[in-house]
Design a protein around this ligand. Sequence first.
Ligand SMILES: Cc1cc2nc3c(=O)[nH]c(=O)nc-3n(C[C@H](O)[C@H](O)[C@H](O)COP(=O)(O)O)c2cc1C
Length: 291
Amino acid sequence: MNIRIPETINERYSVRFYQAEPIADATQAALLTSLAGLQRGPLGSHTRFLLAAANAEERAALRGLGTYGFIRNPTGFIIGAVEVNHHALEDFGYMMETAVLQATALGLGTCWLGGSFTQSSFASKIGKQDHEIIPAVAAAGYAMPQVRERDLLRRAARSETRLPWEDLFFDGSFRQPLTIPRAVQAGDYARALEMVRLAPSASNKQPWRIVKDGSRWHFYCQRTPGYGEGSWYFTLLRLADLQRLDVGIAMCHFALSLQQLGLPGSWSVSDPGLEPVNAKTLYIATWNAEE
Ligand SMILES: Cc1cc2nc3c(=O)[nH]c(=O)nc-3n(C[C@H](O)[C@H](O)[C@H](O)COP(=O)(O)O)c2cc1C
């Protein structure tokens, strides 16, 4: 399915209140076809996804699985599994976000839910294998109309809920912010960066950082202190390292935007050795623009 970017990215927001109406058969069929194509992440991990109807037991179980917020009445869940390997989390984030955008383009509301799903009924639904993990799922369904209006207002103001350019994007090194005037020189790439800025992230922490280095764009995770791998909360709940999913989501918005703009390139993992911001800066991957 061809997703229209940036329209779909602008359209997406986290829907937490759903109508009881089940997802129309034709929509389910179209989404299932799209999901069947999501088989390998950009950094090589195998992924698979399915759309499952939500039952009462799963809706009730969400809290106990470590998700936050109150998700009312989702009619379906997009469930995905990824093979365990070095870049499984970024690959999962990238591919699940592609699924979320496909669902959005089909008129569905979605909400990412990070939790410990690996031992849950979601795992049995997708027939999780020993070599796979389920780092997150997405609720799906039709947004409740009354709430939708309020949410749309919120969505209009979303740009304000995101960190400014100079905190997220850099030119040459982390010491030189890529401010908007500088970014204008980056031409169409600036549009792709803005699409990254509007991406969803766990607790809206926006841990992605991008350093432009000529025709290479290095993606980093700037971990929020106390959040993520190693924190007691995450260890206790056996949660995946959600901030690495977030970077996969940012990579997805960037690459899909460039694809739409007709700007080719490819991903590689080759740490350029730039001086990090601090010990919480983690290099993830590089987009190499074709010149
Ligand atoms: C990896 C990940 C996990 C998330 N987990 C939850 C969750 O458990 N509960 C929830 O209500 N929202 C969850 N969200 C949604 C974020 O809170 C939301 O994307 C962010 O606040 C930005 O708002 P927006 O999606 O409306 O643009 C998650 C998002 C991501 C990317």
